[in-house]
Design a protein around this ligand. Structure first.
Ligand code: SF4
Length: 227
């Protein structure tokens, strides 16, 4: 991204990309929304794994423990064994319990519905103060459970946004969150997030982007670097 490019110019490009992806992939639909606390745990489980194994780990955890209080108070080894299919269970198990304990300490319960009544930045700051809850996890909970204007930047969106010039190449993923929230109009966050992930998975993959098949190649300079 050229340093001279302004946010309004980037927004014009982002809208064109968003509209082209809508024409190509259609209106995407996120799975059935989960309560915020469930989405928080599911997103921690999603780290370094695919959606199928994330969901398997989540379902296995819920099958073994009927409430989040039981997960919080369980022996850590039992939580680890319940989520093993999601990968990195030795890290994710303690992390999930730590977050559940910290939320209980702060709120006295494990219900996060109160976040829906806070301004988005307050809700984001509240979530990210817990160890193990980074900007992507917070944005997923805010966007998909609480219907707040937040734009989660996962590994696909980070890569694609760099290639298509919506952010500076050296921008960190932490900085990419507020930056892309400024670039995309809030009403596009939900669909743009999901369609950019689809583009990143199916076409603009990490090792060998399929630029010849890409619906937004006319908007992307990176394709010239892959010739
Ligand atoms: S043209 Fe190539 S590099 Fe650019 S977004 Fe499409 S697949 Fe990715």
């Amino acid at each position: 991204m050229n340093n001279q490019v302004t946010i309004p110019q980037l927004t014009a490009r982002a809208i064109e990309i968003h509209e082209t992806l809508l024409k190509t992939f259609g209106e995407p639909i996120w799975r059935t929304p989960l309560p915020a606390i469930d989405e928080l745990v599911s997103t921690i489980l999603s780290q370094n794994t695919n959606d199928v194994n994330r969901d398997r780990g989540f379902d296995s955890l819920r099958a073994k423990f009927s409430t989040w209080e039981l997960v919080r108070d369980a022996k850590t080894d039992d939580v680890i064994s319940a989520i093993r299919v999601a990968g990195l269970a030795n890290q994710k198990g303690p992390r999930i319990q730590q977050v559940l304990r910290a939320i209980t300490q702060e709120r006295g319960s494990l219900n996060l519905d109160f976040l829906a009544d806070l301004p988005v930045e307050e809700a984001r700051a509240w979530l990210t103060k817990f160890n193990g809850v980074g900007p992507k996890t917070a944005a997923i909970v805010l966007c998909f459970s609480l219907n707040k204007p937040a734009f989660p930047v996962d590994t696909h969106i980070y890569r694609v946004s760099g290639r298509i010039g919506l952010r500076a190449e050296k921008m960190t993923v932490e900085h990419a969150h507020p930056h892309l929230e400024a670039v995309f109009p809030p009403e596009t966050y939900y669909a743009a997030h999901l369609n950019l992930i689809r583009l990143g998975r199916d076409i603009c993959n990490a090792r060998k982007p399929l630029c010849a098949k890409c619906p937004i190649s006319h908007l992307c300079d990176y394709k010239d670097k892959t010739k």
